[in-house]
Design a protein around this ligand. Structure first.
Ligand code: CP
Ligand code: NVA
Length: 308
C-alpha cells in the first residue's frame, strides 16, 4: 500500500514519475472542460474520502476537481458533524470504517502525530493535505509549476524568505529529492525543523540558512514565501510578525534575484505582510498557476497511491 505522507518517504524515481505524469495528463486534457472526465477515466468506481480539521480553499476544491476529472467519486467527512471530530469514537474505529467506504483518504489535520496515528489504523492509502509539519502536495505543485515555466529544476536556486514552517519542511525534502539549491532566510527564532535539516545534511545536500534575506535572494531563479502566521501557530502573533518584518518579499528583494526569476506563494497570502501587492500582482508572480496545478499534481499523486 502506497501513502503520500512526506516527500522524503518516496523514491526519487517515483516523485519524478508523478511530476512528469501530471505535466503530460494536463496537456492531454487541454481541450476538455473543467469538470469533464479524462478520456481514459482511470478512477471510475473509486472513492476519495476527504477530512479537513482546519480550513481550506485550494486543497479542498482542487482535490474535488482532481477526483472528478479522474472519473471517481468523492465523500467529505466533516469533523464538526461527525463522531470523529467530537471525540465520541476512537481513531482506530473511524479509520476502520472509512477503509470500507472508500479507496483512499486525504486528510488535513493540526498535529502530524495525529495524522500518523490515524494512518496506522487505515487499511487504504492516505494523502497528507497539510499538517503542522509538512505540506507535500503544495510543494509538488510548485515543482511542476517551476518546470512548466523554467524547465528542469535540477541545480536551480530557490530562495525562501520568512517563517521556517510546514511548506519549508517539504521544500527541504524536495531540494534533496529533486536536486535543487535551496537558500532560506529566516530569523533564528523561526528556523525550519531541525530533523529535516539534519536529514538533508546526511543526504549531502547543502542548504544555505541565513538571517540575511539579500543573501538568500541573490541570483535566485525563484523566490518563495508564505504567511508569517500558520493555521496551527499558537504564538504571540504580533511579536512573531515584528520579528519577521525584514523578511518581506518586495520589489527590492525581487531585483536581487535573476531578472527572469519567478515569485511563488502557496496562498492564502497576507498581502502587505510577507509579500507586497506589487510583487503578488506583478509579472514575475506565478501564484495562480501554482494553485491551478494543484489539480493536476494531485491527480497523479492519487493515481500513484492506487498504483495506476
Ligand atoms: N495552499 C493551500 O493549501 O491552500 P488552502 O489552505 O486553501 O487549501
Ligand atoms: N503555512 C500555512 C500554509 C497554508 C496553505 C499554514 O499551515 O497555515
Amino acid at each position: 500500500m502506497k501513502s503520500f505522507i512526506n516527500i522524503s518517504d518516496i523514491s526519487r524515481k517515483d516523485l519524478r514519475k508523478i511530476v512528469n505524469d501530471a505535466k503530460l495528463q494536463k496537456k492531454k486534457r487541454s481541450t476538455l472542460k473543467k469538470s469533464e472526465v479524462d478520456l481514459d477515466s482511470p478512477l471510475s468506481g473509486r472513492i476519495l474520502i476527504m477530512i479537513f480539521e482546519k480550513p481550506s480553499t485550494r486543497t479542498r476544491i482542487s482535490f474535488e476537481l482532481a477526483m472528478k476529472q479522474l472519473g471517481g467519486q468523492l465523500l467529505v467527512l466533516d469533523p464538526k458533524q461527525s463522531h470523529y471530530g467530537s471525540g465520541n469514537e476512537n481513531t482506530h474505529d473511524t479509520a476502520k470504517i472509512l477503509s470500507q467506504y472508500g479507496d483512499i483518504v486525504m486528510m488535513r489535520t493540526h498535529e502530524h502525530e495525529h495524522f500518523l496515528e490515524f494512518s496506522k489504523y487505515l487499511e487504504i492509502p492516505i494523502i497528507n493535505g497539510l499538517t503542522n509539519l509538512s505540506h507535500p502536495c503544495q510543494v509538488m505543485s510548485d515543482i511542476m509549476t517551476f518546470e512548466e515555466l523554467k524547465g528542469p529544476i535540477v541545480n536551480k536556486k530557490i530562495a525562501w524568505l520568512g517563517d521556517g514552517n510546514n511548506i519549508v519542511y517539504s521544500l527541504i525534502e524536495a531540494s534533496v529529492q529533486f536536486n535543487f539549491q535551496l537558500a532560506i532566510a529566516c530569523p533564528k527564532k523561526f528556523r525550519p525543523n531541525k530533523n529535516i535539516i539534519e536529514w538533508a545534511k546526511i543526504k549531502n545536500r547543502k542548504i544555505l540558512i541565513t538571517q540575511d534575506p539579500a543573501e538568500a535572494a541573490k541570483s535566485a531563479d525563484c523566490v518563495m514565501t508564505d504567511k508569517w502566521i500558520s493555521m496551527s501557530d499558537q504564538i504571540n502573533k504580533i511579536k512573531k510578525k515584528k520579528i519577521l518584518k525584514d523578511y518581506q518579499v518586495n520589489k527590492k528583494i525581487m531585483k536581487l534575484a535573476k531578472t527572469d526569476a519567478i515569485f511563488m506563494h502557496c496562498l492564502p497570502a497576507s498581502r502587505g505582510e510577507e509579500v507586497t501587492n506589487d510583487v503578488m500582482d506583478g509579472e514575475q508572480s506565478v501564484v495562480w498557476l501554482e494553485a491551478l496545478n494543484r489539480i493536476h499534481i494531485q491527480k497523479s499523486i492519487i493515481k500513484w497511491c492506487l498504483s495506476y
